[in-house]
Design a protein around this ligand. Sequence first.
Ligand SMILES: C[S@@+](CC[C@H](N)C(=O)[O-])C[C@H]1O[C@@H](n2cnc3c(N)ncnc32)[C@H](O)[C@@H]1O
Length: 275
Amino acid sequence: VRLSLLLMPGLSDPDETREEVRSKYASIALRVGTGPIAADTCCDSSCACGTSPESGSGFGAALYGEDERDSLPGATLLASLGCGNPIAVAQLREGETVLDLGSGGGIDVLLSARRVGPTRGKAIGLDMTDEMLQLARRHAAEVGATNVEFLEGTIESIPIPSSTIDVIISNCVINLSPDKRAVFEEALRVLRPGGRLGISDVVAEDRLTPADRTERGSLVGCIAGALSVSEYRSGLQQVGFEGVDITFTHEVADGMHGAVIRALKPCVPGSGPPA
Ligand SMILES: C[S@@+](CC[C@H](N)C(=O)[O-])C[C@H]1O[C@@H](n2cnc3c(N)ncnc32)[C@H](O)[C@@H]1O
């Protein structure tokens, strides 16, 4: 698989793509609190992740366990726009530092913060949309979380020093990026050696061409920009991740799935997974 496939098909200007995405998610953030966003009316080209009539119902807070949902305020659940539950795949441990790429309203940051504990653990959310960051900070204050931080920035240029993160999580965001290779390189850079990636994302079956994916939904709706399984695997391997595992969890459109993706940063480059 050529690296060029990791660039968004058919879209030449990454800044324009990011601006389209940012403005959609800013409007969603401002609407949270006025009612369930998934029930809103929307046309295909402007749907946010999980709100398109074509994209099925495999998005949002319903993908979390009852105990997780019960532990968070309703507004945090309403703002959930993910396509899985990365906390369930990341196997977080007490004391770890977690980074959530595209943290939105903060649901996965708040759940992670609980898992890693307030004594030595920390959960960091990164998002490029100011309105989402404000929402997430409000949600964190509502639950009194002390070991969380929300940073403004893009996932293609992560504003965090190298080798400082134990676990990267992300929920339905990498498909939105116009430069997935940059995201994978940055994820590898900020992870400490032996660190791990445990994310949820929309992934296409290999049989679907980029044009097939575009037919099934919009870019901002988390469908058109999804990588195929082979593109995802080789993209992660090409930047240096090892132990890449991609498992479909539920179909969100014909041939397109919510999936969990796991990978490891080698302890020494090229040395294989940690013992
Ligand atoms: C589909 S929502 C998912 C939010 C959250 N992960 C969840 O599960 O509810 C996508 C989020 O990613 C952010 N985002 C999209 N592309 C981004 C990028 N290139 N850099 C940083 N944030 C991005 C958006 O602002 C939005 O908050």
